[in-house]
Write a protein that binds this ligand. Structure first.
Ligand SMILES: Cc1cc2nc3c(=O)[nH]c(=O)nc-3n(C[C@H](O)[C@H](O)[C@H](O)COP(=O)(O)O)c2cc1C
Length: 391
């Protein structure tokens, strides 16, 4: 449980929800101090914030701003920027410190900063905002997802700040995987045909990156064995780059016995060319046949080595909507959880529809949900299972 939280409020209309957020955090026993940007000041009452936080409210007035950025950074265990405007997100992503809050953000470690974006859909979808968010995630900032629905501007779409109850869950009880080691496989694999050609697939590595990011935020130590993915991985994770399924198998097997949880989110090639040509294959003849041989089943191999206290989680990507095959795979490969998703709703996309199956027969489904949110829900389930694994 995080006990000292600095809340940075920026000039978004969702600022009116922050007094409620402060009440919820204080009920959980957290001490709270509030920093307001200039543009946040007309949107929420300072006196309300002072009363609810039971602390002075900090802003950019010359009399109060007196090395507060250092003192507040030393005091706080977490800087929670909520709501975070597109403007402040851009400034934090670029290391700009032109007011108390952005300077404070520079004085915190990225992993200690949680950002709850809130803005109109067009601003959220703007590539400048999306690239800034990607930069922050890559540096290890905890960026919360946005909700969808009716916005203050009248639009209907993505960009709403998460509800205070959800933010409290992320901020207050967040470090539920503290002291745990997680091994995550991510991205596609590449099987060489000749020195320039490969067999690969359309996995972007987004799910693996979201899992790594969420697991770090929950306090876990994270090792990612990653194929050549395009999605950036967070700075706090140890990354082991691999290319082929065989390399991935070796990298995972070497580390598996040292971890509490292994999540196989990579899209591993089932087959590889039997022979790799030593020189580029020239254009000749009307057809060309490449004989493929089966790769080892990495997940099933790890299942046979699994210790009593370890959890093994698989992903099962299917072309149809039937989860029966995924459940059969889970049992056969000795997995504790199997995340079932469909090809058209998973590969390379930001959102996904998944059904998480548990070996005890229970399951839950999340539809068209941001991969960051799916990652958090899956890890919460894993944390629960770790807590009861020895019962
Ligand atoms: C009433 C009002 C509501 C606003 N709501 C938002 C918002 O939800 N998200 C956002 O990114 N900007 C919003 N803006 C624009 C920001 O306030 C503006 O970009 C400002 O420069 C942000 O400064 P700050 O990031 O230092 O607080 C709003 C502006 C006004 C006047």
């Amino acid at each position: 449980m995080i006990t000292r939280i600095v809340i940075g409020i920026t000039g978004g209309i969702a600022a009116y929800k922050i007094p409620h957020l402060i009440r919820l955090l204080r009920k959980q026993g957290a001490a709270v101090k509030v920093v307001l940007t200039h543009h946040a000041q007309p949107l929420v009452g300072s006196e309300t914030l002072r009363t609810l936080s039971d602390n002075p409210v900090y802003h950019d007035s010359e009399t109060v701003y007196d090395m507060d950025h250092i003192r507040l950074a030393q005091w706080g265990e977490l800087l929670l920027i909520a709501p975070a405007t597109a403007n402040t997100i851009a400034k934090v992503a670029h290391g700009i410190g032109d007011n108390l809050l952005t300077t404070l953000a520079l004085a915190f470690k990225p992993s200690q900063v949680m950002i709850a974006p809130a803005m109109n859909t067009a601003m959220w979808e703007n590539s400048a905002t999306q690239e800034n968010i990607a930069v922050l995630r890559r540096r290890g900032y905890q960026v919360l997802p946005v909700g969808s629905g009716e916005l203050a501007c009248g639009d209907d779409g993505a960009g709403r700040m998460l509800e205070p109850e959800e933010i409290v869950k992320a901020a207050g009880g967040g470090r539920i995987l503290s002291g745990r080691r997680l091994l995550i496989s991510s991205g596609p694999t590449e099987e060489p045909i000749d020195p320039v050609r490969v067999i690969t697939n359309r996995s972007s590595g987004r799910m693996g990156a979201a899992l790594a990011q969420a697991a770090l935020a929950m306090g876990a130590e994270v090792i990612v064995v990653s194929g050549p993915a395009t999605a950036p991985l967070p700075a706090g994770a140890t990354v082991i780059p691999v290319r082929t399924a065989a390399e991935m198998e070796v990298a995972l097997s070497e580390r598996f016995s040292d971890v509490d949880v292994c999540i196989m989110a990579a899209a591993v090639s089932d087959y590889r060319p039997e022979k790799v040509a030593s020189e580029k294959i020239r254009r000749s003849g009307e057809t060309l046949s490449i004989r493929l041989v089966m790769n080892d089943d990495i997940l099933a191999g790890l299942g046979t080595k699994k210790g009593a206290s370890q959890l093994l989680v698989g992903f099962s990507l299917e072309s149809d909507g039937d989860s029966a095959r995924a459940r059969e795979k889970m049992n056969r490969k000795k997995c504790d959880l199997m995340v079932f998703n469909r090809v058209d709703q998973a590969l390379g996309t930001a959102t996904t529809t998944v059904t998480v199956l548990h070996r005890n027969g229970t399951q839950f489904t999340m539809e068209n949900t941001d991969k960051a949110e799916v990652a958090r829900a899956l890890l919460e389930r894993i944390a629960e299972l770790l807590g009861t694994a020895h019962e």
